[in-house]
Design a protein around this ligand. Structure first.
Ligand code: ADP
Length: 440
């Protein structure tokens, strides 16, 4: 730009010199007409040079404010000029500087908001780089976990001596997936979650304080357990009186017999419900941390099948246990309880055909124990919910069948306690198959 302006100016000055020289020659040669014309041309050239010089100076004057804006200064404007090209350029540059300023203010506001969120959140946050070294950590992290010194540039474990935290971060880095773990540290119950960062290079570790959630869960479980215990005593009394009346059955009138049967049926149902509720709350509170043993599953299946053989026979249903020599890592009582609930459901929700218990081998040495039936089946929309407490596909049918609504919830929790899984395959009119995946 400078070069081009200078060379234009040189040409103008050369032209001016030529005009002056020719004008002098014309005066000397007394060519007055030519001299007058050359004087006019001299005037025009002088004006052009003047204009050119002032435009160049105005353009050069814009460079300095633009350089300041580029260096980060925000409230900068170039001097506005006359209504010519340089003036138009100045106006355009000023508009551009205004837009850049507005955008940079908006970006700062957003960044400040993000920073405030990260600083003020009660959750601990930490980001690692591709080498597993800490890039950033927020203040809440040191409230929840012991952070020694500045963790930046070090491995998390070097400044946060909590092995679980480092392990979860390492696991997320290796698997490139979300990893979670709960732990109790000091007065806090914590949930640690790690996931790969959006750029894929490092990991984000989040530490959530779940102390109050845990406390509320404990209070709910204690309440349920206490209420259930309190109800158990009067129920036992009612069952006792019903049994006493049963002994006098022959002497009781027809309408009283009807009431006695209803009393027995309902108190038995209540007893089963309370047992299930108590069992479930024990499993949930991990009081029942189960010790697993490698054992044959056939004897457990045999006990369960024997228990339901009578009811199945009454309904005209075949109850079959396929022979197996499989062994799995189990807690026999917990497996028996889970299988009982599944076989009970199979018999309850099947009006004809067969309920079968069969064992196969799954991947990675797991043992699959499947209870299948030829009953009503379950629409796929209900599959994700049937393991919830008191969820019933057809409440009327389920109540008539005598269920407590807790059978599958118990199966799920028994499986969790045995490090096993349960899954369902079923469709209306096609029967159901519930499979327990036991560790081999
Ligand atoms: P319930 O005591 O009501 O049987 P469960 O928790 O055992 O409660 O089962 C939940 C619901 O799932 C049942 O109400 C029933 O609708 C459905 N269900 C469970 N097992 C079967 C099955 N084998 N066939 C058809 N439906 C079933």
């Amino acid at each position: 730009m400078t070069l081009r302006l200078s060379s234009i100016r040189l040409h103008l000055y050369a032209a001016l010199a030529l005009v002056v020289a020719t004008m002098a020659a014309a005066i000397l040669a007394s060519q007055l007409g030519l001299a007058v014309a050359l004087v006019a041309l001299f005037g025009v050239l002088l004006r052009v040079i003047q204009l050119h010089t002032s435009r160049r100076e105005r353009l050069v004057a814009m460079l300095e404010p633009v350089a300041r804006a580029a260096a980060g200064e925000t409230h900068v404007h170039v001097p506005a000029g006359a209504d010519d090209e340089a003036g138009h350029v100045a106006a355009a540059v000023n508009r551009l500087l205004d837009t850049v300023r507005e955008q940079s203010i908006a970006a700062h506001v957003e960044r400040d908001l993000d920073l405030a969120l990260v600083r003020e959140t009660p959750n601990g946050l930490l980001v690692t780089d591709a080498h597993g070294l800490v890039r950033r950590a927020n203040p809440a992290l040191s409230r929840l976990l012991p952070v020694r010194g500045d963790p930046v540039g070090k491995r998390p474990i070097d400044s946060i001596p909590v092995a679980d935290f480092q392990e979860v971060i390492d696991e997320a880095s290796t698997t490139r997936g979300v990893c979670e773990r709960t732990l109790t540290h000091g007065k806090f119950d914590l949930l640690i979650r790690a996931m790969p960062t959006a750029d894929g290079a490092g990991c984000l570790g989040v530490v959530l304080d779940i102390t109050s959630i845990r406390a509320a869960e404990r209070a709910r479980r204690d309440f349920v357990a206490n209420v259930s215990h309190e109800i158990r005593t009067p129920i036992t009394a009612i069952v006792g009186y019903a049994e006493a009346l049963e002994l006098e059955r022959g002497r009781l009138p027809e309408d009283v017999l009807f009431m006695l049967d209803a009393m027995k049926r309902n108190s038995e149902r209540l007893r089963l419900l309370i047992d299930d509720v108590l069992h479930l709350s024990r499993l949930e509170s991990r009081q029942a941390d189960l010790e697993l043993r490698r054992e044959a599953v056939a004897p457990v299946i045999a006990v369960v099948v024997e228990r339901f053989r009578g009811v199945a026979l009454q309904k005209g249903i075949d109850l079959v246990a396929e022979p197996t020599t499989a062994e799995a890592l189990i807690h026999p009582d917990a497996l028996e309880h889970a299988l009982s609930n599944l076989v009970d459901n199979g018999v309850k929700y099947t009006s004809s055909g067969v309920v079968r218990v069969a064992v196969t081998t799954g991947e990675r040495g797991t043992v699959l124990v499947a209870v299948s039936d030829t009953g009503v089946g379950i629409d796929v929309v209900h599959h994700p919910r049937i393991f919830e407490r008191f969820y019933r596909v057809d409440p009327g049918r389920a109540r008539n069948a005598g269920g407590t609504g807790l059978g599958l919830a118990l199966v799920k929790h028994l499986c969790l306690a045995m490090h096993a899984e349960v899954e369902v395959q079923s469709a209306p009119g096609q029967g159901s198959k519930f499979t327990l995946r036991l560790p081999g």
